[in-house]
Design a protein around this ligand. Structure first.
Ligand code: NAI
Length: 343
């Protein structure tokens, strides 16, 4: 079991380098098998190489087909296109898997254990947008086009059903807005229902819910959900909501799974408001690293890492500020590393 697995490491922007350092401290203590190739992207890429997604970074992921990524800054409004979206397109990372599980008991919502599977390449995220000028207002009208395909919907839905069954889940909920966006999200719903009848009806339960009702139900009674599968924008919004149910963005990992590669990251962004202050919570990135270990067949190490996180937060009571604790990023990482070493 001593062979190493090449993997690309992108520290990213804002709190990225701090949480990646923390993650490496813990992964080293764990004896994780990754042989890292460190690359740049995002704002760091623009500053150092004049490109938010330099060719060397793409070449590295093309070689390793596996990456752990810190958050990448994207300017709002104008500026360059999101490197995250470009990475998803480049490597056809069509499934975005975002599990939410209560790690710290006693919060507003206890015993949460659900997964959002978000379509990652289509919908309103494709960035086909333009303005129509009227008179002297160049931005008088804004337009966006969403694109969903039967093939893209089907492979994502298939991934969600297969993942749900493989992980012992009981129910899949397709979330849509087919009452209003009858074509765009109607196609997703129709494809999901047909796929279910064709392949999964005797294996798992299915329900369908409109996105606005889903948001309300998630807040009133999140325990009724198991695996939620939905289109790109709805998945983006609902997975942040779901992260809120388990203690906030500091606790929410994500995996971008595709035919050509898999990229693991925290759901949160670069948190510029706390960058460089030793305040960031690296747990989300570490939970993403645990998913990465599962993905490469080292479920033993993934499970040990999740156990160490649980023990550090709940038995040792070492927590970062966002979880009401006093530990800095480095002190928390050191506590985790010692838990990993000593059990
Ligand atoms: P954000 O997720 O960076 O921050 C939202 C709030 O949560 C802030 O108050 C922040 O301090 C807090 N927070 C986030 N992560 C935390 C952590 N690990 N520990 C403690 N507190 C944490 O969202 P925001 O401010 O909207 O975005 C900042 C930048 O990040 C933008 O440029 C955005 O485009 C980018 N972004 C990148 C993502 C990625 O690379 N996957 C995902 C989301 C946003």
């Amino acid at each position: 079991m001593s062979h190493t697995i090449p993997a690309t490491l992108i520290p990213g922007d804002g709190i990225g380098p701090e949480i990646v350092d923390a993650a490496l401290t813990v992964l080293d203590a764990l004896g994780a098998p990754f042989e890292w190739d460190t690359q740049i992207a995002g704002l760091q890429g623009v500053k150092s190489a004049g490109d938010p997604l330099p060719p060397e970074t793409l070449a590295s992921i093309r070689r390793t087909r596996l990456a752990l990524k810190g958050p990448l800054e994207t300017p709002s409004g104008g500026g360059y296109r999101s490197s995250n979206v470009r990475l998803r397109e480049e490597f056809q990372l069509y499934a975005n898997l975002r599990p939410a599980r209560t790690v710290i008991p006693g919060g507003r919502f206890d015993k949460i254990d659900l997964v959002v599977v978000r379509e990652n390449l289509e919908g309103l995220y494709i960035g086909h947008e333009h303005y129509i000028p009227i008179g002297d207002d160049p931005h008088a009208v804004a337009m966006a086009t969403g694109v969903n395909t039967r093939q893209g919907s089907r492979r994502l839905l298939e991934y969600a059903f297969e993942h749900a069954i493989a992980t012992g889940r009981k129910k899949v909920t397709i979330v849509h807005k087919a009452n209003i966006m009858k074509a765009l999200t109607g196609l997703f719903l129709e494809t999901g229902e047909a796929l279910y009848r064709e392949k999964y009806a005797d294996k798992i339960a299915l329900e369908t819910v409109i996105v606005d009702a889903c948001a309300m139900k998630l807040v009133l009674d999140p325990w009724q959900f198991d695996v939620i599968v939905t289109t790109n924008l709805f998945g983006d919004i609902l997975s942040d909501l779901v992260a809120g149910l388990v203690g906030g963005l500091g606790m929410a990992p994500g995996a971008n799974i595709g035919t050509d590669a898999a990229i693991f990251e925290a759901v949160h962004g670069s948190a510029p408001d706390i960058a460089g202050q030793d305040k960031a919570n690296p747990t989300a990135l570490l939970l993403a690293a645990a998913m990465m270990l599962d993905h490469v067949g080292r479920v033993d190490l993934g499970t040990r890492l999740r156990g160490a996180i649980d023990a550090t937060l709940n038995t040792d009571n070492v927590r970062t500020g966002d979880l009401g604790g006093k530990a800095g990023t480095k002190a928390y990482a050191a506590a985790l590393a010692s838990r990993v070493r000593n059990g």
